[in-house]
Design a protein. Structure first.
Length: 282
């Protein structure tokens, strides 16, 4: 059965996966680097859809096989974590997932103003374009480095619709958390995450305080950035202009939208996201 680690892009999913992979896929809780994240694969990707008959050059043609692909993933009857940015929605007659294949999910959300700045840098677009992307309810992503290959198509919708689809779903239990809370009280919020996972998986081993401490310390932003500086990171991208790597771990907790935007743009963002900012206590 699948436990989804879900988010809109640039909301903290990589940190969440690092913490969970350190705790559940090691003996001591120490995160050793990028390769360890491979214990938690992304869905959908060509790996899980290779046996299906779809047009890889047609965006969204894989949708009709998502649930069947998950059924095959679950044939071994083992609990597994999968990363996704997909909104938890039905597209046409096709669900993203169902109760048969999913135990639950963990969703991480982040202040949209900081998300916007991170997206702008990561995808090499200006702030206005990033805002347009975040508001686009029909938006999807794929690996743009692969020409005419939409096998890893993910329907992310808008930033608002994405988080609401997981937060308000009636399908499966979801642990909903804010990036800022995980940042402020990392150990205690991570303890809640572990307890949630152990509850839905009926794991009776109990919470390991020492292992959790190691997981938290070894996945600090400073350590993740150091790992990337020394060994690279698979999720970093190449700059279009100078063809150099754009570091994935850039500012992290030091990213502050108040220092990035002028007053006019700040007011525009506050107006657009007002309802969400109030709901999420931002």
């Amino acid at each position: 059965m699948i436990i989804w680690l879900s988010s809109y892009p640039k909301n903290g999913n990589t940190w969440l996966r690092s913490l969970i992979s350190a705790y559940y896929y090691t003996n001591d809780g120490l995160f050793l680097g990028d390769k360890q994240l491979q214990n938690i694969q992304q869905f959908p990707t060509k790996k899980y859809l290779k046996d299906f008959d779809y047009n890889l050059e047609k965006p969204g043609d894989t949708i009709k096989y998502w649930v069947e692909a998950q059924e095959r993933i679950n044939l071994d009857n083992k609990i597994k974590f999968l990363k996704t940015h997909n909104a938890l929605v039905k597209i046409g007659q096709n669900d993203f997932t169902n109760r048969k294949n999913t135990l639950g999910g963990i969703y991480i959300v982040r202040d949209p103003r900081n998300v916007l700045d991170s997206m702008s840098r990561h995808f090499q677009i200006n702030h206005d374009k990033a805002l347009s992307v975040m508001q686009n309810e029909s938006n999807y992503i794929y690996d743009f480095k692969k020409k005419k290959d939409f096998s890893d198509y993910q329907f992310i919708s808008s930033w608002e619709k994405n988080y609401q689809s997981w937060k308000n779903n009636k399908l499966v239990p979801v642990k909903f958390l804010r990036y800022e809370d995980l940042l402020k009280e990392t150990f205690f919020v991570f303890k809640e995450i572990v307890e949630f996972i152990d509850k839905i998986t009926n794991n009776k081993n109990g919470f390991s305080r020492e292992k959790a401490k190691n997981s938290v310390q070894s996945t600090s932003f400073e350590n993740l950035k150091k790992i990337e500086d020394n060994n690279g990171f698979s999720e970093s991208i190449i700059a279009r202009e100078n063809k150099k790597n754009i570091p994935f771990f850039h500012l992290g907790p030091k990213n502050n939208w108040k220092k990035k935007f002028d007053n006019r743009f700040i007011q525009k963002l506050n107006d657009i996201f007002e309802r969400n900012l109030i709901e999420l206590n931002y």
